[in-house]
Design a protein around this ligand. Structure first.
Ligand SMILES: C[S@@+](CC[C@H](N)C(=O)[O-])C[C@H]1O[C@@H](n2cnc3c(N)ncnc32)[C@H](O)[C@@H]1O
Length: 357
């Protein structure tokens, strides 16, 4: 041991490590709690035994008791030792249940579980380079739809539409495209609210497009359509008044081609809304970002690697504001502005235009 070895620092880090291991384990258990509906079952319920909670949730009592033990020792639920009952405090329920909408953080716990599936693949690409393709992530489409969906439900009409010129613009009847649309919730919300406008969604995942079509059909939307298409080959010219991308540029294999294609596909004067994870392009400026470790982890184990799997640059989830603005400018966009919406603090909303009119 060298003389300048700081024992206090080592001891503090040992506690940090314990917290990390417990946090990782709890994230998995909270993902299970979300998927089994345990948090929803417990919300608002008086102190109850493990057996009562298992019965209410329709789950096996032995598993529920062990899960509750993890939750109680992790400080997620309260345990009354005398009566052997458990309760989910209201202050916690507001971040853990489906009723919490965009505040429900258990949705994100599911990403920890999903990324665990590809750990072997990631170790392999650390050694050999390349990337892990989309088809290795079982359940990605559904998870993405759930986590971004809980946000759009809250923000799309009341908070995002005002950024885009307000309801009047959509009521006048415009052509809108969403590139990298996933399973289509964003466009379906818009299509339902504004039957006067026409909405087109593109994604290269056939599975996502099938889910998007099903969603539009279920709502009987005739002004919304979806197509399987590579975003780098949109091949449209001056066709749309508005194009959006939600969380769909940083993980592209050919992001510059995508941005150039979007620019070309807009009518002169048209608007591009590019929504990307809120971050700085400089690591040191992200140290205070509450979920920076999560962002860099999901980047390494998903967003960056899927880009590299198809020969892309692997921009990463935290490619950040400086780079995004520079690349939008390079693609020809003008009047670039970085803004945001109240109920989506995790993303930056870059508004820009194709010059003209
Ligand atoms: C992070 S997800 C976001 C999905 C959706 N916009 C949302 O917010 O839920 C990125 C999406 O981009 C799609 N994507 C990635 N590369 C693409 C490409 N080259 N062409 C079209 N879609 C692509 C993926 O299939 C995925 O649905």
């Amino acid at each position: 041991m060298t003389e300048d070895f700081d024992k206090t620092r080592a001891k503090a880090f040992s506690q940090t490590m314990t917290g990390i291991i417990n946090g990782g384990a709890l994230a998995l258990m909270m993902s299970v709690g979300h998927r089994t509906g345990m948090f929803d079952t417990m919300a608002g319920r008086p102190p109850s035994s493990a057996e009562q909670l298992a019965e209410a949730a329709g789950m096996h009592p032995r598993y529920v008791r062990e899960w509750l033990s993890a939750m109680a020792s992790g400080g997620v639920v309260d345990h009354d030792e005398a009566n052997d009952t458990f309760v989910l405090p209201a202050e916690h329920a507001g971040l853990l249940t489906r009723a919490a909408g965009p505040l429900n953080l258990t949705t994100y716990c599911q990403y920890v579980a999903m990324l665990g599936q590809v750990e072997d693949d990631i170790v392999e690409v650390f050694e050999k380079g390349g990337g892990v393709p989309y088809d290795r992530y079982e359940g990605f489409t559904a998870l993405m739809a759930e986590s971004s969906g809980q946000r759009y439900e809250k923000t799309m009409i009341d908070q995002i539409v005002p950024l885009l010129g307000g309801a009047e613009r959509f009521e006048a009847g415009i052509d809108v495209a969403d590139v990298g649309c996933g399973s289509g919730l964003a466009l379906c919300l818009l299509g339902e609210a504004y039957p006067q406008s026409r909405f087109f969604g593109y994604d290269f995942s056939a599975q996502s497009i099938a889910a998007a079509r099903e969603r539009a059909d279920a709502k009987g939307l005739t002004n919304v359509s979806f197509d399987v298409r590579d975003a780098a080959e949109l091949l449209e010219t001056e066709r749309f008044d508005l194009i959006t991308t939600f969380d769909a540029i940083h993980d592209q294999a050919r992001p510059r081609e995508v941005l150039a294609g979007i620019h070309q596909a807009l009518r002169p004067g048209g608007t591009y809304l590019c929504v990307e994870p809120k971050a700085s392009s400089c690591l040191h400026e992200n140290q205070d970002l509450a979920m920076a470790p999560f962002i860099y982890t999901i980047s390494t184990m998903h967003c960056m690697t899927v880009s590299m799997a198809y020969g892309g640059p692997g921009l990463g989830t935290a490619w950040g504001e400086q780079m995004a603005i520079e690349w939008l400018g390079d693609a020809g966009f003008t009047e670039i502005e970085s803004t945001g919406v109240r109920d989506d603090r995790a993303n930056s909303y870059y508004l820009s235009r194709r010059a003209g009119e």
